[in-house]
Design a protein around this ligand. Sequence first.
Ligand code: ATP
Length: 346
Amino acid sequence: MGYVETKNLHKHFGDVRAVDGVDLDVKEGELVVLLGPSGCGKTTLMRMIAGLETPTAGEIYIAGEHMDKDVPPRARGIAMVFQSYALYPHKTAYRNIAFPLEAMGTPARVTKERVHGGARMFSIERLLDRFPRQLSGGERQRVALARAVVRDPKVFLFDEPLSNLDAQLRAVARYELKEFQRQLGTTTIYVTHDQVEAMGLGDRIVVMDKGKVRQIGSPQEVYEHPADTFVATFLGSPPMNLVEHDEGTLFGFRPEHFLPKPVFTAHEEVFTYHLRVRQVEHLGADRLVYGHLDEVSRSDQPVIAALPVTITTPIAEGQVYEFAVPRRAMRYFDRRTGLGRKDGAA
Ligand code: ATP
């Protein structure tokens, strides 16, 4: 049995099926990321696990215990960090971190030790006397994380905790968050709509759409073997190219696998296309080449090739070039249902 489990979990708001039959199985110590577009039900799922929302149907288990709707959030052994850090503005960082411990009746000496321990973990010891308004966004976020950690919960629930940070700080905070989660070994569920964050943090990723789970797997699995065209195009920037092969089949290939034909050795088995180049973008590490395939007459969607800087082949807009995709990188989808087919079964 998983450490956090949901069985056929539903939440309906009137006609809206915010969560529509979700089975989750999060193992002890695992960091699982819920990823999906806005409105796909991530937060609602999290709030039900937290006990902030009552399920319409289905069951939730935490550490083997059934979380009946009567089990309140504070009795679930969870600690939450949300996008709005919800720090008390009139309490210092110290008092903010200490508050949940004091509320549980923890002896003052233990509280002090834990607060300093949590502060050390996030390098905020020198900020403990400040009020939230005297802290930067990143520092506030660390206080919120320290406050979650000191309670020594069974499970962390994080809902976009890094989204208020700028891009640079976000990358650092992501690294730190993963470090401390590994150190503590606390089972964690993390909500984001940012695929880079999901890929970087998650032991496994749960890709959701319209209240349903589309795929659960390691970052590598969901990226390399997407279960359907939704996952294929939601993950990856630019997304996977999908081109019509015949009436029933779509071929899918990632831009980084779509390269000028001369790059491949003669032994490599490849699919070759003629790429009519419309636009070239130089992005530093990559060169993105947008164009259309001469072989695919009905396709009105451009395909994109992502060439690393190490490939210096000259490419000019308006010209046609032979590009190729290695067979091992080609994916196949049913055109009607969007579902993936076994690789190699075109
Ligand atoms: P975001 O990334 O934008 O936060 P999300 O994936 O977390 O989105 P939810 O907040 O779980 O999505 O919402 C899922 C669906 O349920 C949406 O269509 C939303 O409008 C609807 N919904 C959420 N809460 C309520 C509510 N209290 N009443 C009515 N509808 C709601």
